[in-house]
Write a protein that binds this ligand. Structure first.
Ligand code: PXP
Length: 242
C-alpha cells in the first residue's frame, strides 16, 4: 500500500507567527492520523522557524504511526534525533535563507560528513532516507552509504510547464527504477498537491509520498482530517488504476 506522510510543519509555522501555543502540531498529528495518514513528517530546522524541539520530543512519544524527522546533518540536530529516535530520518540540505528546501542533498560532494551522520542514525536504530534529485550519481552514492530509502525531489516536476511535465515524470521513473534495483525503498515529495499527485503515485514501486503545504492549505478550509482523507483517497485511486 502506498503510504502518505503528512508534513505538519506549517501548522507550527502559524503558531510561530505569534510565538504562542496554538495551533499545536501535536494535535495536528492526531487529526492527520484520523484522516488516514501513514506517517507524520516534521522538519526540525536549524533556525527552529516552525517545528521546535518540544514538538519532536512530544511527537516521538505520542505518534502511533510512523514519525519521519526531516533534518540536516548538523551535529546538534543529529543529537536530538538519536535521543528521540523517530522511526525514520530524512536527510535534507538546509540553507537559512531559503523559503523551503530547494534541492536534493549533494551526497557526492559531502560524502564523508553524510556517511558519519548515516552511521550515527543507524547506530541509534533509525531508518535513514536521503532527499535526492533524480540523478544517477547521487543515487549510486546513496547506495554506497547503505541508506534504507531515497526520497526523490519532485519540486521540478511540480513547477514544470505542461510541455515539460512528461520529461520530468520520465526522469523520476528512471531514478525510481535505479533506486529499487539497488535495493533501496522509493519515496518522493515536495510540491505535490491534489492536482499533480496521481502520476507520481503511479511510478512503479513507489512506497511513500511526503506532502505538506497543499494539505495544510486545504485544511484551513475543510479541516485537517478531511484534507488528509481527500489526499489519501487520491493515492488509493492511483493504486487501483481508476
Ligand atoms: N519532502 C521533503 C524532504 C521536504 O523537505 C518537504 C518540505 O518540507 C516535503 C517533502 C513536503 O513538501 P511540500 O510542503 O511542498 O508538500
Amino acid at each position: 500500500m502506498l503510504e502518505l506522510g503528512v508534513n505538519i510543519d506549517h501548522v507550527a509555522t502559524i503558531r510561530q507567527a505569534r510565538k504562542t501555543y496554538e495551533p499545536d502540531p501535536v494535535t495536528a498529528a492526531a487529526m492527520a492520523e484520523l484522516g488516514g495518514a501513514d506517517c507524520i513528517t516534521v522538519h526540525l530546522r536549524e533556525d527552529r522557524r516552525h517545528i521546535i524541539d518540544r514538538d519532536v520530543r512530544i511527537l516521538s512519544e505520542t505518534v502511533n504511526i510512523k514519525l519521519n524527522l526531516e533534518m540536516s546533518i548538523a551535529a546538534d540536530i543529529v543529537d536530538i534525533a538519536c535521543e528521540t529516535r523517530p522511526h525514520q530520518s530524512t536527510l535534507v540540505p538546509e540553507k537559512r535563507e531559503e523559503v523551503t528546501t530547494e534541492g536534493g542533498l549533494d551526497v557526492v560532494g559531502n560524502y564523508d560528513s553524510i556517511h558519519d551522520t548515516v552511521n550515527r542514525l543507524h547506530d541509534a536504530g533509525i531508518r535513514v532516507s536521503l532527499f535526492l534529485d533524480p540523478e544517477a550519481a547521487q543515487i549510486e552514492a546513496a547506495k554506497k552509504l547503505q541508506v534504507d530509502a531515497v526520497e526523490l525531489h519532485t519540486g521540478q516536476y511540480a513547477l514544470a510547464s505542461a510541455a515539460e511535465r512528461q520529461n520530468c515524470l520520465e526522469e523520476l521513473a528512471a531514478a525510481g527504477k535505479q533506486i529499487v534495483d539497488l535495493g533501496m525503498t522509493l519515496h518522493a515529495g515536495h510540491g505535490l498537491n491534489y492536482q499533480n499527485v496521481i502520476p507520481v503515485a503511479r511510478i512503479e514501486n513507489m512506497v511513500e509520498l511526503n506532502i505538506g503545504h497543499s494539505i495544510v492549505a486545504r485544511a484551513v478550509f475543510v479541516g485537517l482530517t478531511q484534507a488528509v482523507r481527500e489526499m489519501k483517497d487520491l493515492l488509493v485511486i492511483a493504486e487501483n488504476g481508476n
